[in-house]
Design a binder for this molecule. Sequence first.
Ligand SMILES: [Zn+2]
Length: 267
Amino acid sequence: MNGWPDASSLLGLTFVVTFIGVAGWEAWRPSRGSVAPLTVRWFGNITLFGLGSLAIWLLPFLSSYGAAVIAARQGWGLLHLAFVAPPVALAASFVMLDLSTYWSHRLMHKIPLLWRLHALHHSDSDLDVTTTIRHHPAEVLVQAGFDAALAVLFGFTPQAVLLYGGVVLVVQTFHHGNVILPSRLRWLSRWLITPDLHRLHHSMAYAENNSNFGNLVPLWDRLFATLRRNPEGEFKVGLAEFSGANSQRFDQLLIQPLVVAPVPRKL
Ligand SMILES: [Zn+2]
């Protein structure tokens, strides 16, 4: 619309290019050795991504972009009703999208039913580029419904949703990577969620995986006191209850929401 490229093609291309780049970087200089066989993990993670993408393809209105297009056409949402100037609406939408993603992620950890769905992202025994896309299809649908509701409520502009989607896809793929950032680039973690920061969110220690919820910038974690820069002890990736040899098998991943233990955690 309005001369903008087709959203799904552009996001797809952005993701494929970033994925191949980070996968190549991991193969060249990995940060950690593998725990589970790569083929088993990659098959499971990529197949889950296929199922989640299929669910959204079948229900296109259940996405931030689809809902934002409908809201813009109908004039729904705070930013449309307030007749905010387009550049301001674009900037405000972008910031609010990142803030809402931070809080939806915190709720995924806080509410036991949502944790059942989100835990699959954390039960990966290794952390690499495919962990980015490791989400249970049920979580994908719940997250998409939440994002769509916010897009209609606030009237996020479709351009902002597309821009945010592209930027966050690149940064998420980068910060899940099993890569070592050169020491001269470590300063980046003051302004951007880097692999060093995000790996703590995948720690087996609950205090650590209840930190660093941000997707793009560490600003929200700093503001809401959930930022953590270093592990307290030995650093291990995953969830203790899913460290068994068969836990990364695709069939086990699919049923995991039914068997995961809801753990009481502090918000
Ligand atoms: Zn999480």
